[in-house]
Structure formats: structure tokens, C-alpha cells
Design a protein around this ligand. Structure first.
Ligand SMILES: NC(=O)c1ccc[n+]([C@@H]2O[C@H](COP(=O)([O-])OP(=O)(O)OC[C@H]3O[C@@H](n4cnc5c(N)ncnc54)[C@H](O)[C@@H]3O)[C@@H](O)[C@H]2O)c1
Length: 406
């Protein structure tokens, strides 16, 4: 099957720069998916008909957690899409291995769930995915859109847009949490120049609602929207401490676009009694999040305040499914599902702000849970995952899961 299986095993180490590690650990990624699965309770009342879901961004973060929660608790069939790198002279990307493990869960549960490694922004990906959905299921009940991408090529114009994480209008100075090679945490002041109008517009083209809307249009054009179809795209608001770089910055402009896209889509979905939502989730450590200046320090302080009460991606995704499948989802005045109330509660924000103000190089590891943050971001690459023996050589060149048969 795999002629090089025994020769190519090796020990994989967490080398890299800053929050970017060069390699991922297959066994650590498998284990992290199994640990996520263990967080999901069994279904209470299995649905009479297995719902069909399309998850865009299923290999990491909230998309992965929603896929696992959907498979285990809600009995979904369907398709997941991620954009991952196969093994070459380095290991595959972590999402490659996580997808192998998620596919194994689907198989074990008897779910007909396929995974595609493809650029969600491309028209060819949409056509091929919809062909698969049409052939296997004949319709779709849920579309979860959970993409975090640095760039997007619009297949219709051929233009590639780059998203940036910058404030609007004025430079913003904040403090970033960083880690020395020996793992010691320190805080460094960083100043980020404001975005140009073109950069803001490009960020909206990447992270706003255009591609989500194209997916829904493509499903509608193919007659694949089942009655009562629901779709959700993930959004974030966050704290006043991060608003200059996040909600008031370029990415916030994209999130505002996503939220107005939800309203426009809901109008168009009336014909199938469907609805489009955004879900404002709370912060979790993800690869997308570590790239936002100031946010790693904020999240470590948040964890310092909340400790184990900090909800996991799976817990938040279970609540997302709970809302998506509810007769009347609990939405705010702008029609957004709010899973971030724990984060934005007044006492929590006051406590985080107090720590943010008083932090010094000496107190950073006391006030912020920096050890937790370091372990969490390394776990994104399969390192520091409990129960894994990292001294054992592992096979890194593993095939993408075969979904040619249900
Ligand atoms: N991390 C947070 O704290 C947080 C909080 C609230 C909302 N969100 C939102 O959740 C969404 C997902 O973010 P995340 O933090 O889970 O990110 P992530 O980096 O963990 O995952 C991103 C996913 O997008 C996929 N992807 C990227 N480019 C793609 C492409 N061109 N084609 C197909 N798939 C592609 C990746 O493969 C991966 O599966 C984003 O909209 C983000 O703003 C995140």
C-alpha cells in the first residue's frame, strides 16, 4: 500500500519562527481530533433523516469543531472543504492530518462525509463539490462557512486580493505576546500603520461575504437548497482592548460585510423558507488568531481571568448547532447568533482590562495564562498534545482520505 512506510518514519520536532511552525506532528494532530470528539456527547434524539451539511473550512478551528460536533451529535452527512499542504520534504500541514482523523470518525459513525482539499474560492471547486452533493444527497440542509484565508483569487476576474490586519485611519500601538526559543513569554510593543483604502477593500474581498454568497447562489442555481436550508458564516466582535485592530480595523470591515451579506441572503432564501446567519463566536486559539497583533496577549489574559471556564471550540460549536437546528435561533437585534456573551460580559472584560493595564514584564506569566496559550498554539501543529510520545518516529507522508465510496 505504502512502500516507504517503514523507511520514512522519523521524529518530528516543533521548529519554526514565532507562531509559525514549519512541521506538524501527525500523531499529535490525530490525538487532538480524538480529544475534540471526546468532548461531544452522543445524540439525544437521532434525527429521522440524516441532515446534509457542507462545511467550508473543515480542517481547522471552528470549521473543524463544527464538523466533529455535527458528525457525532447531529448525525450529519455531507462534504467538508479545507486547503491543506501534502507532505513533501516537510510534513503535511496540520489540517491534512486532522482531516484524516476526522474522516476516520465519520467512517466509524457510518456517516457519508467526504473531504475535499481544494480552494473554496474557485468556481471549479464549487462545481465539483455541488456535483458530489447532487449525486450523493440530492440537496443540502446546512452550509457552515468558516474560512480564514490570507488571500483570495477571484476566478471571474483573475485578481488576487490580499487581506491585511491593520487599523483604519490612524496607527495603532499595542502589545504582543511572544515566546523566546526556550519558551519564555515576553511582551513586545508593536505599532501597526493604518490600512490604505485599497487594503481595506481587498480584505473585504477576502474575508467578507462575497464568496459565501457565491456558494449559496451556486447551491440555489443547481436546485440543491432543501426546504428550511440554513447557512451560517463565522464572525467576531471582541473586546474594546482589541477593537482598533479587529472590529474597528480592516478585518472588522470584512466582518461587517459578512453580516450584511447574511441579511441579503436571508431575503433570497425566502423561497425555500431558508435563513442565513452570522454567528459571533468567542475567541479561541487558532492559526488565524495568532496573526492578529495584540490578540494573543488579550486571549492569554482572558484565559488568566476565566481559567477552565474558557469554552473550547467544540463547546461553542455544539451551541452553534443547537442554534442552527432550533426552531427559533437566539439572535441579537442584528440577527446574529451570539456565542460570545461569556467573553464580552462586563465583569470579565473589566477584569481583563485591569490586567491589561497593570501588566509588566515581571507579572505577565501571572496575569496572563501564557503557558496555556503556548501549549494551545503548538497543539495547532500537533505538538504538546497530552498522551502523545514525541520521541517515537512517525510516518508523515500519508494520503488524503479517499471519499470515492460512501
Ligand atoms: N479564532 C477565533 O477566535 C475566532 C472567533 C470568532 C470567529 N472566528 C471566525 O471563524 C472563522 C474561521 O476562523 P478560525 O479561527 O477557525 O481559522 P483557522 O485558521 O483555524 O481555519 C481556517 C480554515 O479555512 C480553511 N481555508 C483557508 N483558505 C481556504 C481556501 N482558499 N479554500 C478552502 N479552505 C480554506 C483552512 O483550510 C481551515 O480549514 C473566520 O471567519 C474567523 O474570523 C474566529
Amino acid at each position: 500500500m505504502h512502500p516507504t512506510l517503514t523507511q520514512s518514519k522519523r521524529v518530528v520536532d516543533p521548529t519554526g519562527r514565532g507562531y509559525l511552525l514549519l512541521e506538524s506532528h501527525p500523531a499529535g494532530c490525530f490525538r487532538s481530533v480524538q480529544l475534540m470528539r471526546a468532548e461531544v456527547p452522543a445524540p439525544e434524539n437521532p434525527a429521522a433523516r440524516r441532515p446534509t451539511a457542507l462545511v467550508v473550512g473543515s480542517s481547522a478551528g471552528y470549521g473543524l469543531a463544527s464538523t466533529i460536533a455535527g458528525l457525532v451529535r447531529y448525525g450529519i452527512d455531507g462534504v467538508g472543504i479545507g486547503l491543506e499542504r501534502p507532505a513533501g520534504h516537510r510534513s503535511a500541514s496540520a489540517g491534512w492530518y486532522r482531516t484524516i482523523a476526522t474522516h476516520a470518525i465519520a467512517r466509524e459513525l457510518g456517516a457519508d462525509f467526504s473531504f475535499r482539499n481544494a480552494d473554496a474560492f474557485a468556481d471549479t471547486t464549487k462545481t465539483e463539490t455541488l456535483d458530489l452533493l447532487a449525486e450523493r444527497f440530492g440537496g443540502v440542509d446546512y452550509l457552515i462557512y468558516s474560512v480564514a484565508a490570507p488571500r483570495r483569487t477571484d476566478p471571474r476576474s483573475g485578481i488576487t486580493y490580499q487581506s491585511v490586519l491593520k487599523p483604519l485611519g490612524a496607527p495603532h500601538t499595542t502589545r504582543n505576546l511572544e515566546f523566546a526559543d526556550d519558551g519564555a513569554a515576553y511582551v513586545r510593543e508593536v505599532t501597526v500603520a493604518p490600512a490604505t483604502e485599497a487594503e481595506t477593500a481587498a480584505t473585504v474581498r477576502v474575508m467578507g461575504g462575497e464568496d459565501w454568497s457565491r456558494w449559496v447562489t451556486a447551491l440555489a442555481d443547481r436546485g440543491l437548497l432543501r426546504r428550511g436550508f440554513r447557512t451560517v458564516a463565522l464572525s467576531y466582535i471582541g473586546s474594546p482592548l482589541t477593537s482598533a485592530i479587529y472590529r474597528g480595523g480592516t478585518i472588522g470591515a470584512a466582518k461587517a460585510d459578512l453580516e450584511s451579506t447574511a441579511c441579503a441572503l436571508t431575503e433570497r432564501l425566502a423561497a425555500v423558507d431558508g435563513r442565513a446567519f452570522t454567528s459571533v463566536n468567542g475567541a479561541v486559539v487558532s492559526q488565524a488568531l495568532t496573526a492578529i497583533p495584540g490578540v494573543p496577549l488579550y486571549v492569554s489574559l482572558l484565559r488568566g481571568v476565566l481559567g477552565d471556564r474558557f469554552p473550547s471550540p467544540v463547546e461553542q460549536s455544539l451551541e452553534l448547532w443547537n442554534q442552527l437546528t432550533a426552531h427559533r435561533p437566539d439572535v441579537d437585534q442584528w440577527g446574529r447568533i451570539r456565542l460570545d456573551r461569556w467573553e464580552l460580559s462586563e465583569p470579565v472584560q473589566a477584569a481583563v482590562a485591569e490586567r491589561w493595564r497593570s501588566i509588566t514584564p515581571e507579572t505577565v506569566t501571572e496575569l496572563a495564562d501564557t503557558a496555556w496559550f503556548r501549549a494551545r498554539y503548538r497543539a495547532l501543529y500537533g505538538f504538546d498534545v497530552p498522551g502523545v510520545d514525541y520521541a517515537v518516529p512517525v510516518e508523515t507522508d500519508l494520503p488524503w482520505p479517499d471519499s470515492s465510496t460512501p
